[in-house]
Ligand binder design. Sequence first.
Ligand code: TYD
Length: 137
Amino acid sequence: MILQTISMKSVTAEGMGTLSVFEAERDVPFAIKRIYYIYGAPEGVQRGGHAHKALRQVLWCPYGSILIRLDDGTEKSEVLLNDPAKGLIVEHYMWREMIWQQKDSVLCVAADSYYDADDYIRDYDAFLAAVAHPGQN
Ligand code: TYD
């Protein structure tokens, strides 16, 4: 599996912190229609446990440390998001789990489509069947 991470442009102002930025259709390979974020989770929490049929996303963690586990149905891989300037592109048909390594870590997601509950695959066996037989779902 080829992991697609992005290293955001970051501008540090001496003694005043850092600004990080990425641009849709330039630094991430799609236009962005929706942004959501998850916060207030205790350490050890695991979220996700689903894949998407079409949705493409970029994930980043502006505060804290979150382990992202990805599975394309053949290979599994992990990325630790513990740097506010690091982003991870998650393409469609990618099973994902997100595990909070640190209380109050924030997970931000920018997605290429509006929310659509029908785009989710929440059953792992259905996910494996979908990647094994593309076009039949
Ligand atoms: P979900 O995608 O299952 O989050 P996670 O995988 O992190 O647990 O979403 C959690 C809930 O939020 C679920 O009830 C659907 C709802 N939701 C929306 O209403 N709009 C959205 O854009 C998203 C991402 C989720």
